[in-house]
Design a protein around this ligand. Structure first.
Ligand code: TRP
Length: 335
């Protein structure tokens, strides 16, 4: 079975964007691969170093969310990045194999710096060594476990590419030890926010979280953006311009969609009623996820154990890999 590895920064709960973008994909992959899922607390600290409490709290929250969507801890090794010291060690060795200018050119790093002006300055003048270097640490995440494939979205492509470059450089200098990983692009699309924004995100305030209670969901859906040309209840409208219809397509029974669509186009369906129907199907959709979440919330010791077991397994694999790396780099003093 091939080894795959991916990571998530524990900085908040999962929302529907995560679920449709990555979660559904993970569910399909867990049966086919030896799956390592890293809770990337060290990487999360690179842009949250002043708020360690947030990172700490979210390690367990995000693990609980991932279990709630139905990932099976028997199939997926959940582990905590900071508990694998080999990753940090490997990061130091890799840091010689990458130039600072190459890191500055990494498109993902660039766009993140641009988004985090309050942290890194309007021109990136306050960028930290740690943040600039996180692609190196991510290359260590992947190769520490001999990861062959990295399931991720398009935004992670430059990071996997940079990892491949590091691998090639390492192998050319020290001998062929490392595998060049490939990205396993998620087939699932990025979903839009309730406001029609192309991206659903915490900072945009347009997300539905897996943990949202029914009252919150009601408020959010009632405020969702609909076709602005529709003023009165019986005006015809265009479902393609309506976020309520967009979400119906995601969570409402497929059989009901043609009716919703044609009633909307003919002006036979008011937005309020349409939203009420969406609230119901959204609650229905989230019910099994919330039930599993409730179970894990009531048994936090089970989540701890899952992280413990996954971390132990990951540590074993990392130690093996580290041995090979140190041998190749002539750092094997203990042999
Ligand atoms: N960079 C990823 C993110 O921001 C998280 C991550 C950490 C990751 N380590 C990884 C992704 C290894 C893929 C492989 O979401």
């Amino acid at each position: 079975m091939k080894t795959i590895l991916t990571g998530l920064r524990p900085t908040g709960n999962l929302h529907l964007g995560h679920y449709f973008g990555a979660g559904v994909n993970y569910l399909a992959l867990q049966d086919k691969y030896d799956f390592y899922l890293e809770i990337a607390d060290v990487q999360a600290l690179t842009d949250n170093f002043s708020d360690p409490g947030k990172v700490r709290r979210n390690v367990k929250e995000i693990t609980t969310d991932l279990l709630a969507i139905g990932l099976d801890p028997e199939k997926v090794n959940f582990f905590i990045q900071s508990r694998i010291p080999e990753i940090a060690e490997l990061t130091v060795y890799y840091s010689n194999l990458v130039t600072v200018s190459r890191l500055h050119r990494n498109p993902t790093v660039k766009s993140e710096i641009a988004q985090k002006k309050e942290l890194f300055g309007s021109d990136g003048e306050s960028i930290t060594y740690g943040f600039l270097g996180y692609p190196v640490s991510q290359a260590a995440d992947i190769t520490c476990f001999d990861g062959e494939c990295v399931p991720a979205g398009e935004d992670q492509m430059p990071l996997v590419e940079q990892c491949r470059e590091i691998v090639r450089k390492f192998n050319s200098i020290y001998g062929t030890v490392l595998k060049e990983p490939e990205i396993l692009l998620s087939e699932n699309k990025r979903i839009k926010g309730l406001d029609g924004n192309d991206k659903m995100g915490k900072s945009l305030g347009n997300a539905i979280y897996l943990v949202d209670d029914e009252e919150t969901i009601k408020t959010k859906i009632m405020n969702a953006v609909t076709d602005t040309n529709k003023i009165k209840k019986d005006d015809p409208a265009d479902p393609e311009k309506c976020m309520v219809y967009y979400y119906h397509e995601l969570v409402t029974e497929k059989d009901d969609l043609p009716t919703i669509c044609s009633e909307c186009k003919k002006g036979e369906r008011g937005c309020v009623d349409c939203k009420k129907q969406l609230i119901e199907s959204m609650n229905e959709f989230l019910r099994p996820i919330k039930e599993r979440r409730k179970y894990y919330k009531e048994h936090p010791e089970i989540v701890d154990k899952i992280l413990e077991n996954g971390t132990e397994k990951a540590r074993c694999k990392a130690k093996e890999q580290m041995k090979k790396v140190k041998q190749a780099m002539m750092l094997d003093y203990d042999n």
